[in-house]
Design a protein around this ligand. Structure first.
Ligand code: AMP
Ligand code: MG
Length: 491
């Protein structure tokens, strides 16, 4: 049997300056851990065929599917603020693109499939732990309604990768609307390769911002589009307590999807300064810094686009500044929209952001759990026991003071409590990938080859807004001894 991937590769047709053609390095004994059957079907792939030995060989990079034109993309990037003129896919290979059943073009990429010309000192491999983390978190983000890359499959390689210890190796098959990053633009901008830069911008417009093609200034419209999508994306992260952890410009997708899950994490106890990543020593990518960092990254993109805006440098700078100035109001609007939904507010009032901030400040002072507080707030609309639990978690006087303020605000809402509760339950998830559960799943897989906790966790996160008393274990915050305080890139 030959497994057919309906590849239609547009990136591989771009000039050779964009990538290096490579083939994945075969691994010893690939074994399927997990296949995302619904996603496979969305892509027009047969999940049963993918689970056969031949399918698994493709998902491990041991066999090249017909029509695949594997390549490693070139990009540059600012890592923790320092510019690196050449990064690129050092451990990833783009197999090709598939136009899915909804008509959207999507990248099929292997991560951990061997060395490429961009590997620098690295081995091109991925360890099992980070592969499982990306699978769990990216699929959870999708279920939570956040634009994100997806995980089609995870396989073990039958080989060890050498990190601090020898760890089991794995390969993730990642699906993205594209893997084009701010750093991809930087790659050409730093080389003053204007022809490639223009070609890239045109490709991104055609692929992600088709409406920009007919705008009076297409490249300006492209930047406007990226700014708007990032503003909305970061607002969604903030509404879920998600911390990306490595918001380098090479890890920011110009399509507006969450990409490159490394030491990412969701907060348990709310605090704006929260940082998990062990490599983020100065908290550059702390929770509350994410909107500011997004804007910083967008400014780097704008700089790259300057030569395309106008031949006159001052005029180009003015265009860039105007486009970037839109970020703050777009973000503020998106963020207050997210907060209103979390608080069950249907109408928009002047003081809504302040009301939410008041709650968040009290949560930070009390160390209240981010996810649970909002979910209980939804339940409390019709359940006095949920309200009692909330009051207990805050210190009663503190919660009551805020609740009184909120009650006054609710007087302006026409909806009844049950309607409000139902709406809030669609904005305030019951389950997020809590660090201690992610860690538990990874440890079981890596140390005991036990994938049951991973399977159970992925299943528990598939419908995060549904009430599922049987899944209470995944809703509870960690006990003090279960708390995970640091996450690792694992590269
Ligand atoms: P990241 O911060 O994980 O997105 O990776 C930053 C850069 O390092 C990218 O160019 C990666 O391709 C590269 N890289 C990370 N891990 C490895 C590895 N094990 N082998 C080769 N390159 C790697
Ligand atoms: Mg990256």
């Amino acid at each position: 049997m030959t497994i057919r991937f309906p590849f239609d590769n547009s990136y591989a047709r771009l000039p050779e300056t964009f990538f290096a053609r490579v083939v994945p390095t075969p691994v010893k004994a690939p074994q399927l851990i997990k296949l995302n059957a619904p996603l496979a079907r969305e892509l027009g792939l047969d999940p049963e065929a993918l689970a056969t030995p031949e399918g698994v060989e493709i998902l491990a990079g041991r066999r090249i599917a017909e029509g695949s034109e594997p390549l490693a993309a070139a990009y540059a990037g600012h890592q923790f603020g320092n510019f690196v003129p050449q990064l690129g896919d050092g451990r990833a290979v783009l197999l090709g693109e598939i136009v899915d059943t909804a008509g959207t073009r999507r990248d099929v990429q292997l991560k951990g499939s061997g060395r490429t010309p961009y590997s620098r000192g690295g081995d091109g491999r991925a360890a099992l732990g980070p592969v499982l983390r990306e699978y769990i978190v990216s699929e959870a983000m999708a279920a939570l309604g956040v634009p994100t890359t997806r995980s089609l499959a995870a396989v073990t390689t039958g080989e060890f990768v050498l990190r601090e210890d020898a760890l089991p190796g794995a390969v993730l098959t990642r699906i993205a609307s594209s893997h084009i990053r701010v750093g991809t633009f930087q790659f050409f901008a730093v080389r003053r390769d204007e022809a490639s830069l223009r070609r890239l911008a045109d490709h991104v417009i055609a692929r992600h911002y088709p409406e920009a093609a007919s705008a009076p200034e297409p490249y300006r419209a492209l930047l406007d589009g990226v700014v708007a999508r990032q503003a909305r994306l970061i607002a969604q992260w903030m509404g879920l307590g998600f911390i990306h952890g490595v918001m380098n410009t090479d890890n920011m997708s110009v399509a507006g999807e969450t990409i490159d899950y490394g030491p990412c994490a969701f907060m348990d106890a709310y605090h704006p300064d929260t940082v998990f990543s062990s490599i983020d020593q100065f908290g550059r990518y702390a929770y509350a810094n994410q909107p500011g960092i997004a804007l910083w990254n967008l400014a780097r993109l704008a700089e790259c686009l300057l030569p395309l805006f106008s031949a006159d440098e001052d005029a180009s700078v003015a265009v860039a500044q105007e486009a970037l100035a839109a970020f703050a109001p777009l973000y503020a609007e998106a963020h207050v929209g997210v907060l209103r939904a979390k608080l069950g507010l249907f109408t928009a009032q002047e003081d809504d952001a302040a009301l939410a901030k008041d709650l968040l400040d009290r949560m930070a002072a009390a160390g209240a759990d981010f996810t649970l507080t909002f979910r209980r707030l939804a339940d409390a609309e019709t359940d006095p026991a949920a309200e009692a639990a909330l009051r207990a978690s805050f210190g009663e006087a503190d919660f009551d003071a805020w609740a009184q303020r909120r009650r006054a605000r609710l007087a302006l809402e026409p909806q009844d409590a049950a309607t409000r509760r139902d709406a809030m339950r669609r904005a305030d998830p019951a389950r997020i990938p809590r660090n201690h559960r992610v860690e538990e799943a990874i440890v079981a897989a890596v140390e005991r080859q036990d994938f049951a906790p991973f399977e159970a966790l992925v299943a528990a996160l598939a419908e995060p807004f549904e009430d599922r008393p049987d899944l209470a274990k995944y809703e509870e915050p960690p006990r003090p001894e279960e708390r995970v305080t640091a996450t690792f890139c694992g590269t």
